[in-house]
Design a protein around this ligand. Structure first.
Ligand SMILES: NC(=O)c1ccc[n+]([C@@H]2O[C@H](COP(=O)([O-])OP(=O)(O)OC[C@H]3O[C@@H](n4cnc5c(N)ncnc54)[C@H](OP(=O)(O)O)[C@@H]3O)[C@@H](O)[C@H]2O)c1
Length: 324
């Protein structure tokens, strides 16, 4: 038997399940930690039609130890991470003491990380690293100028600020929570941009050029405003939609300033690139600061926090311990 947070159509309950109920997969994992992402909030609240079949075990991310394996890629005792592949959406996820997954979805825990720090990072950390990789592939370097991070006090935002600052980038953090200014500055942000500065539509197709790059978790009007403020040749990594999915803009920033908008997806990010990206996080992120970003909770706290994350009230990253 194992304990899990089971999502029914109109409730979320902690229940004990027999392991025979676990979905098909070739590797069984004793889950040490999971985490809370914005999309977990959507799933916990039945939004977006992401879960098709109930009862369901949510939890997009998990890290744990292999207990049984029918794959020659993994042996019992191996420590592994899973993020993406629609785990927690179409396949039972990490808000449980046990999970059964496909070996192809797993990444070995890189040297330097623990199962707990891996979940401090989770899909948010991977997404920050993929965003930086995409921006660098489009010419970003620390001497190119200021990099803006929107939704900066959230999970992807906090980790993006920390990663960029630790690599020597000059970071501006946009937040709607002025009370978190010192938190963001401790992560390495040099400038704080109030959320409302980017929240209202502008009728100008181009504004004063300011940003060499941006990692944008917010979307909507914020993304439209950021596009109009990019330096010549600058790139925006479009990561999220915490402020809205609609994008109303003009083509002028693309035509007159050669601005790039780069789509970022961590869910189906190629398996063969994941180990290197996780290793980069393990070596380039100041892990001692990760603790400062993270809060640890048990399964019973998850439904409440699932509402909070949709309301933009969660700071940094939430690690979920299903064994608490
Ligand atoms: N593309 C991918 O592969 C990928 C992977 C992970 C996440 N995402 C997406 O990225 C976004 C962030 O995810 P997350 O897990 O980091 O969520 P999160 O922790 O909730 O962070 C989102 C942040 O956005 C800001 N925000 C919230 N509501 C807003 C609003 N109405 N208007 C403007 N800003 C608002 C808040 O930051 P402040 O308080 O600092 O303003 C909030 O902390 C989500 O849309 C998520 O779905 C995408």
């Amino acid at each position: 038997m194992f304990k899990a947070l089971i999502l029914h159509e109109h409730s979320a309950l902690i229940e004990e399940l027999d392991e025979s109920r676990l979905p098909a997969g070739d590797v069984e994992i004793a889950v040490a930690y999971s985490s809370l992402n914005y999309k977990d909030g959507m799933i916990l609240n039945g939004l977006g039609g992401l879960v098709k079949t109930y009862p369901h075990i949510p939890g997009l991310d998990l890290a744990g130890t292999v207990v049984h394996s029918q794959s020659n890629q993994f042996q019992p005792g191996d420590q592994v991470i899973c993020t993406g592949w629609r785990v927690g959406e179409t396949h039972w996820g990490g808000y449980a003491q046990k999970a059964r997954l496909k070996a192809d979805w797993l990444v070995r825990l890189p040297t330097g990380l623990t199962l707990r720090t891996a979940m401090g990072l989770g899909a948010a950390g991977l997404t920050a690293a993929i965003s930086l990789e995409a921006l660098e592939a489009h010419g970003l370097a620390p001497d190119k100028g200021e990099v803006l991070v929107t939704g900066a006090a959230g999970g992807v935002g906090s980790l993006s600020v920390l990663l960029l600052a630790s690599l020597g980038y000059q970071v501006a953090a946009s937040t709607g929570r002025p009370e978190l200014e010192s938190y963001l500055k401790d992560l390495g942000a040099q400038t704080i941009i109030p959320r409302q500065d980017l929240a209202e539509p502008s009728n100008k197709p181009l504004e004063s050029a300011r940003w060499a790059a941006c990692i944008d978790s917010v979307g909507g009007t914020t993304l439209a405003r950021v596009l109009a403020q990019m330096n010549y040749g600058g790139s925006v990594a479009s990561v999220g939609l915490a402020g809205g999915a609609q994008l109303t803009t003009t083509v002028i920033p693309f035509l007159l300033r050669s601005v790039n908008i780069l789509g970022i997806d961590s869910v189906f990010y190629p398996a063969e690139r994941r180990a290197a990206t996780w290793a980069r996080l393990a070596t380039e992120l100041p892990l001692e600061k990760l603790e400062f970003i993270c809060t640890e909770v048990g399964l019973a706290d998850v439904p409440r926090l699932g509402k909070d994350i949709l309301a933009g009230k969660v700071q940094g990253r939430v690690i979920v311990n299903p064994n608490q």
